[in-house]
Design a protein around this ligand. Sequence first.
Ligand code: DGI
Ligand code: FE
Ligand code: FE
Length: 196
Amino acid sequence: MTRDEMIKRLKKKLTDKRFVHSIGVEYTAANLAYVYGADVRKARIAGLLHDCAKCIPTEEKLKKCIKNGIPYSPSEEANPDLLHGKLGAFYAKEKYEIDDPDILSAITWHTTGRPGMTLLDKIIFVADYIEPNRRMIKELPEIRKEAFQDIDKCIIHILKNTLEYLKDKDFAIDETTEETYYFYVDSKVMEEISEF
Ligand code: DGI
Ligand code: FE
Ligand code: FE
């Protein structure tokens, strides 16, 4: 499928705001891929499609997972909007002709992250948070700098903010979000120790 065809379909599936955000993530992911030596084409496709399932109504998300045999955790059942990553990867394959496992993984994990992310997973996770159309979030200018200097440090910063936000709002925290945070905090500590 060409980019134009993807754009045409996405425009029908997303709100205007979400569409503009997707273009922003495509653009930002391309820049990060360029800096870190990842595959720019894969980063662009994953960025463009990462939220392709975002605008499906919440209850429909759960129904579509059940219908298509996509497994979900109790936390995702309680908060089906978290499923737009997994569902997005499913539609990327079924509707946008994407077979590449790297792209599908990056779409799958873009909301919670996961311990041991690939470089492309990290790029999409970060690009989603820092793209130019994002409304101002706490410490965003600093996070944007970190993204291009030390992507793991940036991931820790994003997850710290997200966990604080969720706690503040009294929202349920998905175990993968928390596990990802501790995984990258630990890996940073190991990195610093090994620098002796
Ligand atoms: O889809 P986007 O808005 O572009 O960004 P996203 O896929 O990172 O989703 C962001 C939303 O996901 C934001 O409102 C916070 C929420 N979120 C992330 N981790 C968790 C979470 N919500 C809950 N309840 N629990 C989590 O662990
Ligand atoms: Fe998303
Ligand atoms: Fe997004």
